[in-house]
Design a protein around this ligand. Structure first.
Ligand code: SF4
Ligand code: SF4
Length: 163
């Protein structure tokens, strides 16, 4: 069987459809971040971008996101990926890593990114505009930078009924 596209293509070689499908739908990159001006280090908060649909973990206006949110970053193959979570599929492929079991392209199920505890669903502590920027330091969280997925659920063995 041929290898899947993310194992045999570089980010630059992917088609637009492949590129878009590579996003796992975690929305970690849609959390507000603080940058240390001296070191360049990025700190994640649990405050969501105002356009994020926090339940679906999808941008509510993906087509117009760049004009509506000035600091939304369009991820491209030329991007510096260091600021993205280590779980991010773009960063993983750029670093020569494979996708994990919970990635929808691997599992065939868009829910596994949520079931594995990778997405931001249920973990949002505020929304941009409702939380004052000066209070962001009270919303700093480490989990978006961790690779702390829940283990893959084991398949249940079929029950054999006694006659
Ligand atoms: S962190 Fe990466 S994989 Fe997750 S939503 Fe953002 S771009 Fe997609
Ligand atoms: S505008 Fe959309 S894609 Fe950009 S950070 Fe906000 S929710 Fe995410």
């Amino acid at each position: 069987m041929p290898k899947p596209f993310w194992q045999r293509k570089t980010l630059k070689e992917m088609t637009t459809a492949e590129w878009e499908s590579l996003c796992d739908g975690c929305a970690r990159c849609c959390l507000e971040k603080l940058e240390d001006e001296d070191t360049g280090k990025i700190y994640y908060t649990n405050v969501a971008c105002r356009l994020l649909d926090c339940e679906a973990c999808r941008c509510s206006d993906y087509e117009n996101r760049m004009s509506r949110v000035k600091d939304c970053v369009k991820i491209t193959p030329e991007e510096q990926f260091f600021w993205l979570p280590k779980t991010c599929a773009y960063r993983r492929v750029a670093e020569g890593k494979d996708l994990e079991w919970w990635h929808p392209l691997v599992s065939g199920n868009p829910e596994t990114v949520h079931e594995a505890g990778i997405s931001v669903r249920g973990r949002i502590g505020g929304v941009e505009g409702k939380v004052r920027v000066r209070d962001y330091d009270q919303h700093l969280v480490r989990w978006p930078l961790l690779e702390n997925a829940k283990p893959k659920p084991k398949k249940k063995k079929p029950q054999v009924k006694k006659a």
